[in-house]
Design a protein. Sequence first.
Length: 385
Amino acid sequence: MVALIVLIGVTSWGLNHKVLAADNKRAPAAAIAVKATTTTVKQQNVPIYRAGIGTVTAAASVTVKARIDGQLDRVGFTEGQDVKAGQMLARIDPRTLEAQLAQVVAQKAKDQAQLENARVDLQRYTSLIAEDAATKQQLDTQTALVAQLVAAVQTDNAQINYAQVQLGFTTVNAPISGRVGARLVDPGNIVHATDANGLVVINQIDPIAVVFTLPEDAFQDINRALNASTRPPIVEAYSREGNELLGKGDLVLLNNQIDTTTGTVSLKGSFPNPRHMLWPGQYVNVRLLLGIRTQALTVPAAVVQRSQDGSYAYVVDADGKTVQSVPIQVAQIQDGLAVIDKGLTAGQRVVVDGQYKLKPGATIVEATHAATPVDAAAADVRAQK
């Protein structure tokens, strides 16, 4: 029994010794095969912009109203139609104003006839007074009568002009080019110049405007961009998902004050909109392009790591296997791209994924290469040898 127990113990010790030896052989291989994804530091032109959220508004919006009272005879537009400036939109019954115009025209004819007769009499009185056949008072009275009738004719001309203007108001024309909305009054209704709603609303949508806000700390950057170029900064409008460019325009307004309640400054961009990609009331993501950073060093934003000492990145040594922690200075991060001011050079290989497994001096293997089944099996064979 004692011999049997000793034999079992020796056998167990031998098996454990072999397992430990095998584990010790595998340990160095496991330390080498740290999976990581790398990329190279690139040098390229990077746009500098500020991003915000904006609202699309019509470049101009007009509520078309009747300027006189009367019955709406007919409407000359279709709801949702594009109209041109000067196009007839509606017509109001003109008969009352036509009668008023005819009345003042007749009054002018009457006053004109009286004026002609008074002028003839004035000529007679002028001749008679030279022959002492008329008195000075008669001449003065006739002269005053002529002046009075001249003024009456002038008044008649003014009344005719006024009546013609009023008659012209019976035709309602589009004041601007744009798209009409829903018809607010149907033919047959009595309309008034004091109606609040009007007949229809016209919105100018080509060009169209986008109003947006940016934090007040962006003001100095915007101001420098405005002073650095004679051309206004470019404004880009994207869909709310942020991946579709809806329009590109120019900055037309930097508001003259900062809103102290929100700490923002309002801006407006003007966009050509021939395909109507932008629509009044639509919310969009806005990018205000302030310049171009030429030949900047760029890496994916995931390369940048942060610690208590600042930002750093894992840089692959010349042997292509060992990594070192290098302090870096980041100028900006936007659209998943980091612009590096200091710490890296173009062409260097840096780790973009798998940094949590690394420490300075560690060796790496590309994750995509190490993940293949064939290479994984070969690595196991090498470890066993």
